[in-house]
Design a protein around this ligand. Sequence first.
Ligand SMILES: Nc1ncnc2c1ncn2[C@@H]1O[C@H](COP(=O)(O)OP(=O)(O)OP(=O)(O)O)[C@@H](O)[C@H]1O
Ligand SMILES: [Mg+2]
Length: 259
Amino acid sequence: MIADPVLLTRPPATARDGRIVAVASGKGGVGKTWFAITLAHALARAGRRVLLFDGDLGLANVDIQLGLVPAHDLAGVVAGRRSLAASVVHHQGGFDILAGRSGSGALSALDDAALDAVLAALRDAARAYDHVVLDLGAGIERATRRLSGAADLLLVLATEEPTSLTDAYAVLKLHLADASAGEARVVVNQASTPAAGERTYATLARACASFLGHTPKLAGIIRRDDRVRDAIRRQTLLLQRHPNAPAAGDVERVVAGLA
Ligand SMILES: Nc1ncnc2c1ncn2[C@@H]1O[C@H](COP(=O)(O)OP(=O)(O)OP(=O)(O)O)[C@@H](O)[C@H]1O
Ligand SMILES: [Mg+2]
């Protein structure tokens, strides 16, 4: 029997405790990176030791959204040049960041050995922190699927747009087909109202129940909020710049639900 490489690289079976929380979507541009940053910050504010791991291997941009120029990044860890601990930067928001390498090709099109090295870095991180928040690239490519397969909890972002919903469904379908994968839950982002967000979730949940025989839970609804755009434009954290914004409270509720 040929062993599943994902199983071989998975941490020991005890690890389904929400340590690695991956953020995926299928469709691009729905808010994964902003949500992963804000989730990491909210978890840090709740007293957890958190690493935000940029797992968008093609177009990493956690550092850009936060206005950082990191001296080291995931590419050095994968190449074996530096340890994970020596490659992270500490953000004043109270969490660490392992940056990616955008557009250089250094991390896109990784071969199996390099992808194994990324997964090993993720495992290392899961041992050193209470939570690793993994920002994934858009799409359902093999590398992204292997990273999401290593997560204890996969948060799949969807918006009200039909294309986002069908792409989120595709991510859930592939994830659920992997019997060894962790739980997947849905986050509706950029909801025009909480009720509209509930309807979006219900549509996706119905499709999953009918065709996949499983209803993923709702992790939360994040409202569309101009202060999100403002925080991103200023390369700051929403929970620092606009702590009372509706979207800030929505992310904090997601964190409360994860505990
Ligand atoms: N809750 C929100 N309210 C308003 N605007 C939002 C919200 N969430 C995300 N956005 C907008 O969506 C844009 C895209 O966000 P982001 O870069 O985080 O998406 P992404 O899914 O990571 O994209 P990619 O697939 O390219 O990695 C942001 O620049 C912001 O303008
Ligand atoms: Mg992104």
